[in-house]
Design a protein around this ligand. Sequence first.
Ligand code: FES
Length: 59
Amino acid sequence: MIITPLPDGPLEVSGANIVKDQDGNIAKEGEKAYLCRCGFSANKPFCDGSHKREGWTSN
Ligand code: FES
């Protein structure tokens, strides 16, 4: 698994990975996932693009 913070955007998780929800259920399984780090996503823990609308920056 490789985790890469994208500029002014989510964390890109690449490689075979499984993301589980707080109850331990599989929320996503695959080669890539984009995890929100701005706090504005309505689909946490995943990025839904809200960081752009909110003008969030990683700096
Ligand atoms: S990083 Fe994209 S919605 Fe939060």
